[in-house]
Write a protein of this length. Structure first.
Length: 480
């Protein structure tokens, strides 16, 4: 904060009655045509204002000698000014006196300086009125009246009370063993009283720190202050205060000082609420995204999977099988397809009900899926009790062995439904890809082999052969 110098409207700018009186005395002497000399400072003036008066004389080196200095106008360092010069006092004070005196001597009129002192001065601001004396045998002289406008402690109090954050100073309280068990608030600003729910800072001072920050449980805030008091290490944390005025969030800094701790409280309620709302919105968004993913998965399943067995449906099978068959054709690799049908399935539904039929379907599907190679073989439900399996890189012998294994496992399976035991069987037809095969042709040939297996007794495996169909027992049968 720099000094401010004024030469006009001094009657309005001066705040102290002492400066206003001396300015009027100066003006009256000028108006009356009287000499302005030190003699203007008669006994009454000196008795009333002497402790705040300074008489300065300019030397040949343009520095000023303090011929007289009242006891209330010390240097910033606290030392008396009398018989010193502006050369050997603090720079801040010397610059102010030089500026005021030189301006008054150059204008031969009163000058007012609103002076900001150094960091360690007891007075924060001075009201300094400079009055030039008329030239005489005594040299160039200036009278200065310095009245304290604001003391440092007042300035600091106003500064601390203007802070948007709460500030406490607390001294430790010890038990009979010397252990720190609490702390007492020794000083606070007005904001601290407001944030802690007290009427004013006088009501807050003398209060136990435990009362301000709740119980001694972990997370109450008190435990962190106790740590700062006992260890001398700074603590920083967010504190949730539940008071008569509602719920508030504070960011708290607990800083060890020589005689206890200094506590800084910053209200972060709105920021915390914004963060919590953002977290809530984020959670809602993630939940919505998860619901959408689940819905997309459900829609995909409805479009591609059989809801009863979980196998791909006819459409999904075609999409995947066309690609795998094309790969096999391009690489000149064998690819087998097996058509499967549950024997006499209608009788199961008629005799035991559709629920029993569904149980049989799921059990047969479990047997079909068990030997499939992951990410290579494809099984699908084509409709009703009809299934199909695509086996890439599988020749006729391997395909027949695979089909026979399925047939035997189904034949050996007993499905218990209530008090009933159902023993299903399946018929299977096998076909291999050819140079000119497409998927429809391959499925059609496997279906014809399946019909042969069913027509020749069911619970059989039949494979398409050149010019006909061959049963699992090696007999050739004409394709239907």
């Amino acid at each position: 904060m720099s000094d401010e110098l004024y030469t006009a409207d001094l009657e309005v700018r001066l705040r102290s009655a002492e400066a206003a009186f001396l300015l009027k005395l100066f003006r009256d002497h000028r108006t009356a045509g009287k000499q302005i000399t030190v003699g203007m400072l008669d006994r009454d003036v000196m008795r009333a204002y002497g402790k705040n008066l300074i008489v300065m004389e300019q030397g040949e080196d343009e520095e000023f000698l303090f011929l007289f200095a009242g006891a209330e106008v010390p240097d910033d360092s606290g030392m008396p000014l009398a018989q010193k010069t502006t050369r050997n006092i603090s720079q801040v004070t010397a610059d102010m006196f030089r500026q005021g005196a030189l301006e008054a001597l150059s204008t031969l009129d009163a000058v007012f300086i609103d002076h900001a002192t150094g960091q360690f001065a007891a007075v924060h601001r001075w009201e300094c009125l400079f009055l030039p004396m008329d030239p005489g045998e005594g040299g160039r002289m200036v009278i200065a009246l310095c009245i304290p406008r604001e003391h440092k402690h007042e300035y600091m109090r106003h500064l601390l009370n203007a802070l948007p954050c709460g500030l406490f100073r607390a001294a430790p309280t010890r038990d009979e063993h010397g252990e720190i068990v609490d702390a007492t608030i020794r000083a606070a600003n007005e904001r601290a009283a407001e944030l802690s729910g007290h009427a004013d800072k006088e009501d807050l001072v003398g209060t136990s720190l435990r009362q301000v920050f709740g119980d001694t449980s972990s997370g109450s805030g008190w435990d962190r202050h106790l740590t700062a008091l006992r260890t001398g290490k700074q603590q920083q944390f967010d504190y949730h205060h539940l008071g008569d005025n509602g719920s508030r969030w504070y960011q708290v800094h607990s800083v060890p000082v020589r005689d206890g701790i200094l506590i800084l409280m910053i209200d972060i309620t709105e920021m915390k609420r914004t963060m919590l709302e953002a977290e809530h919105q984020k959670k809602m968004l993630l939940d919505e995204m998860e619901q959408r993913r689940a819905l997309e998965q459900e829609l995909w399943s409805l479009a591609h999977l059989d809801p009863l067995t979980g196998l791909p449906n006819r459409r999904a099978f075609r999409d995947s099988a066309v690609l795998k068959l094309a790969e096999a054709q391009t690489a000149h690799r064998p690819c087998a397809i097996i058509s499967i049908d549950i024997d006499h399935f209608k009788r199961v539904n008629d005799a035991y009900g559709h629920a029993a039929g569904d149980t049989v379907l799921r059990r047969v599907v479990d047997i079909i899926k068990a030997p499939l190679r992951a990410h290579l073989d494809i099984a699908a439900r084509m409709g009703g009790e009809e299934f199909v399996v695509l086996l890439p890189d599988t020749d006729a012998n391997a395909a027949m062995a695979f089909a026979e294994k399925l047939r035997r496992r189904v034949e050996q399976t007993a499905v218990i439904v209530g008090e009933h035991e159902i023993r299903p069987t399946i018929s299977l037809g096998v076909a291999l890809n050819r140079r000119s095969s497409d998927l429809d042709d391959l499925i059609d040939r496997a279906d014809r082999a399946l019909y042969t297996a069913k027509r020749t007794g069911r619970n059989k495996v039949a494979i398409e052969a050149t010019g006909g169909v061959e049963n699992s027992d090696g007999d050739a049968t004409a394709a239907a």
